[in-house]
Ligand binder design. Sequence first.
Ligand code: SF4
Ligand code: MSK
Length: 646
Amino acid sequence: MENIVYLNRVSDPASAAMLEKAEGDCVETCFERADAQKNQCSFGKSGVCCRICHMGPCRITPKAPKGICGADADTIAARNFLREVVGGTSAHSDHGRHLVLLLKEAATGKAPGYRIKDERALRYAARLYGVEEYDRDADDVALDLADLFLREFSEQEGYLRTLELAPKKRMGVWEAAGVKPHGIDRVVVEAMHRSTMGVDHDYRNLLKHAFTTSLADGWGGARIASIVSDILFGSPTPVASQSNLGVLGEDTVNILIHGHEPALSEVLTVAAADPAVKEYAKAAGASGITLAGICCTANEILMRHGVPVAGNFLQQELAIITGAVEMMVIDVQCCMPSLPDVAANYHTEIVSTADIAKTIGARHVRVEGRDPVRSAKELVKRAIDNYKNRDASKVNIPKNKEPLVAGFSVDAIKYMLGGRYRGSFRPLNDAVMQNRILGVVGIVGCNNAKMKADSYQTILTQELIKRNVLVLQTGCAAIASAKAGLLRPEVALAQAGRGLREVCEAVGIPPVLHMGSCVDNSRVLEAATEIVFEGGLGDDLASVPAVGVAPEWMSEKAIAIGCYFVASGIDVILGNPFYVSGGRNVYDYLHGGAAEDFGACFHLIEDPMEAADAIVAMLNKQRDVLGINKKAERKLFDMADRRAAH
Ligand code: SF4
Ligand code: MSK
């Protein structure tokens, strides 16, 4: 029977079934808590509550249009917005910093268990940054690169080197707008200083720094995180797997990895595949071990190892409610503090692993030191020991699971389009120029308990491929598509418009490309940059027919991502609003004025079909400017085209 009531809150039947089970088991979830929070504070939602100093909190109303210090609605909204961008930038960048430190340790032999897995990616990155690599030992190159990356955090006077990976014209835009970031740490500290009581009061100056800070994320910390992940763990290549709660095994030990940083999930993947550990599971009466992911850790190990995805953000509690999870291992970001409370109703053990991210009720274990694989094996064995505590009467694993193909790093796309020896975006650019593909859209971000989970992103994805738009996805949006079957190439191809389908079939890529975790949104910028460098679609990111969408976003990280897309010249559609509406000038700048500085701005569109129409109009406008909006040639790809494409 369909769980009609629950299907108002979530899109997939597996989640609906678990919501029903939660009710039966008397387990509270984020959906109930969202109801309990229903009348959320209107001052908070419009961004005009200030508690930056202890004369406040001050709230702006028609009768009290200024805070005690005299700050008006625009100052307060802009300060709050800047601090949200700081939160998002810090999350991605600290993630990146941990990986750089790990790269340095791996290069100097101080991190046994980790090594440089992708020397090609290392040498490519070294050349990008001007680090001598020819005829040098990989560890020496890695050490120099790691030191260079650490300077990206600490640089006080110069600007970020990573900015230089952008097209020249875009760098000129940043120069003119005065938003080129110094080192990441400096930019973040300065943002906190400027937004404290009695410092920066001009909303325009504050917003300018919000964009500067976001660039330190997308063209700094996040980009570095993706580069170093590829070096340490391998550049993703297309891989088949499965998604949704049905990936959990009825008679296997189920271990979920949840969070963001790939260092931990990599060693757990190795530990769970160890023959002795597998034997240990059999001796405990299980048929094996199922390792699966939640949120962006899921995306990291899916992209590199094909490890199945149990679910996205709003499914983290629902996965435990199956009653079949022996252990959930969490690291950083997007892990709800409610997890131990939910787990207390079952036998699931929650294990936190990052010293910067502890949760009351979780067991804290550090998987590092001299032998991380050994401690990961101990953790897996602990989960196996917990298998006997599974209560069969509480188990209900939904059957739903969808096959998928993921793993589309920029390198992989290039290879698929042009082959390893002359990998190139040429066939894609040509298809856009010939109007077989209208343009490219990045659909990114989370899901949000205030919206019907995954609905907006799924409707929009289907609508866009139908209208010949190539869709790039990351994060929980990509998992939503996986659950909806849209990462099955044959399913997506059947729904794609004719032009898009012909191109995808000819070059062998699906119409919806899963590019990684939320930190990997920098890969979307990298792809757009490759399109510019390939030629024929203008000389700046702003001229490429491309749009970004954050349909169901909830995290500060999404705000930082949105800002670095806009600062990069790519319009961004938001499916739910920023908390800035109380500062009219702030709202107007973000949703209009920014276009004068960057050639792009935000657009709030809360309906997916309206968003699809708006996106098509935006892409057509960009196509008009490029002079490529001729009618599509109705020529089918023949064998000569296929050969030319490869
Ligand atoms: Fe109120 Fe100004 Fe203090 Fe904010 S900084 S709490 S507006 S007095
Ligand atoms: S996990 S930031 S809910 S995408 Fe990256 Fe998903 Fe958003 Fe977290």
